[in-house]
Design a protein around this ligand. Structure first.
Ligand code: WQD
Length: 341
């Protein structure tokens, strides 16, 4: 009997890629999403890639009764929780929206896991929990820094909720995956990132500038203490990232966890500057991007990248795709979207 994995936020950017990889690995997937920050594009793309329809339950995880019904309707062996708001800037101007949504939805899932007498929970956390780290690259032992945004704080609080709950409630187990910067799209170009309005993140801004939706990319800051003066990040391919979830879910379901709560960094281990990323994008896709230097963006850390040895050895997972391949996929996706409109 295949095991069933519930993917909250499964119609979104990361959730849709994870759904594809889980399904292709033989898991039954139930997608649940309130569609508040996406349309059905990625859901339809997932079904096309897989050649079959997956269950899509339209519901809000802040509705505890709806969460209860979901667990009554399906025998759920593991939950991967993506359903959350994710705009860092908006979280500063609307903190209550973020605390209410991101905490309540996760509390409802953990509560239901407890009520069920146990469940495996995978929480999508973020490198943002490390803040300005004292030493680079960061390992899972690197101390977390006080969050610089309500968004980042919800990631820290949810990690703590999971840690404390696995210790208190029998049968509840958890893994937090701390993502670095997920970018790219599925090689089929049928699923990808669909930001609403002006993108906050670098790669969607690059692809939208290249296609002519945006006039010019602003590179935020050229006077950082880094080799070329621009920030360093660890850009992780979305399909590689999705595969890490399959490894983590199978570790939980096959009883291979060493502790009931585990944390893994999910990145490439390679720092890449903003200018290097732009150069790669131009080279691999054979085009010139319109960009200019602009002042630093408030809240940006100068540099962060992952030590991924723990994920490599314990999850048996490693990032495989090059930045060039990933940026080619991101561009193919942008063209796919433009051709559709
Ligand atoms: C990357 C680099 C910018 C846009 C954020 C969240 C994090 C996670 C991922 C997700 C930085 C520079 C960007 C632009 C630029 N959250 N940049 N011009 O800030 O590392 O991480 O997204 O849900 O929690 O904090 O990613 O893609 O915004 O920026 O120069 O128009 O690109 O300054 O150096 P970031 P990013």
């Amino acid at each position: 009997m295949p095991k069933t994995v519930l993917v909250s936020g499964g119609a979104g950017f990361i959730g849709s890629h994870v759904t594809v990889e889980l399904s292709q690995a033989g898991y039954d997937v139930v997608i649940a999403d309130n569609m508040s920050n996406c349309d059905e594009t990625n859901y339809e793309g997932v079904c096309r890639i897989l050649g079959r329809k997956l269950p899509l339950v339209k519901m809000d995880f802040c509705d505890s009764a709806a969460v209860g019904r979901l667990f009554a309707d399906y025998h759920i062996d593991a939950v991967i929780h993506f359903a959350a708001f994710k705009a860092v800037g908006e979280s500063v101007s609307e903190p209550l929206k973020y605390y209410r949504n991101n905490l309540e939805s996760f509390l409802n899932i953990v509560e239901e896991a407890k009520r069920q007498g146990g469940c495996n929970i995978l929480f999508s956390s973020s490198a943002t929990v490390y803040g300005v780290a004292e030493k680079l690259p960061v390992t899972e032992q690197t101390p977390r820094q006080p969050a610089t945004s309500p968004y980042g704080n919800t990631k820290q609080i949810c990690e703590d909720v999971l840690r404390d709950s696995v210790h208190a409630y029998k049968g509840v187990r958890g893994i937090a995956l701390r993502y670095f910067n997920p970018i790219g799209a599925h090689p089929s170009a049928l699923i990808g990132e669909l930001p609403r309005g002006v993108p906050n993140n670098l790669v969607p801004f690059i692809t939208q500038t290249a296609i002519g939706k945006r006039e010019c990319l602003s590179v935020f800051g050229n006077d950082y203490d880094t080799p070329d003066g621009t920030c360093l990040r660890d850009y992780i391919d979305i399909v590689d990232l999705a595969k890490a979830h399959v490894c983590a879910v199978s570790r939980m379901l096959d009883g291979r966890m060493k502790e009931d709560y585990e944390i893994f960094n999910i990145g490439t281990g390679r720092p890449v500057s903003v200018l290097e990323l732009i150069n790669s994008f131009e080279k691999v896709n054979g085009l010139k991007l319109n960009w200019k230097f602009a002042p630093r963006r408030a809240g940006d850390v100068p540099a962060i990248w992952a030590d991924t040895s723990l994920a490599n050895s314990e999850l048996g997972w490693k990032a495989e795709r090059s930045v060039d391949e990933t940026l080619a996929a991101a561009w193919a996706w942008e063209k796919h979207i433009a051709g559709r409109n």
